[in-house]
Design a protein around this ligand. Structure first.
Ligand SMILES: [Zn+2]
Ligand SMILES: [Zn+2]
Length: 100
């Protein structure tokens, strides 16, 4: 797949938080804005990860947790490339600063 070349400039990789092993073959399992569970193929440890697609710069960032976070936690994740978060998206809506 030629689009894999685009990953060259990013750190888009699933990495086991238990042992640091990377799982480069599971991108297709990743759904944007969803928290997924995975078992490390090296140490067997279970961890959770999420793929966040930035709404501002369109970069994709991967986040890892040892334990499953709350679903809303993903809204507070910040883009690795530009620092943008979905939470900011809601906070900076036009008129959001008015009245409050
Ligand atoms: Zn591991
Ligand atoms: Zn971004």
């Amino acid at each position: 797949m030629p689009s894999s070349l685009l990953l060259d400039s990013s750190t888009l990789v699933i990495q086991c938080p238990h042992c640091g092993h990377t799982e480069p073959d599971d991108y297709e399992l990743m759904l944007p804005d969803c928290i997924e569970q995975m078992r490390c193929s090296r140490c067997g440890g279970v961890f959770h990860f999420a793929l966040l697609e930035c709404r501002r710069c369109a970069s994709e960032s991967v986040f890892h947790w040892l334990h499953r976070p709350a679903d809303e936690a993903i809204a507070h994740l910040a883009c690795h490339a530009c620092g943008y978060s979905h939470a900011q998206d809601e906070a900076t809506e036009p008129g959001a600063h008015a009245g409050a």
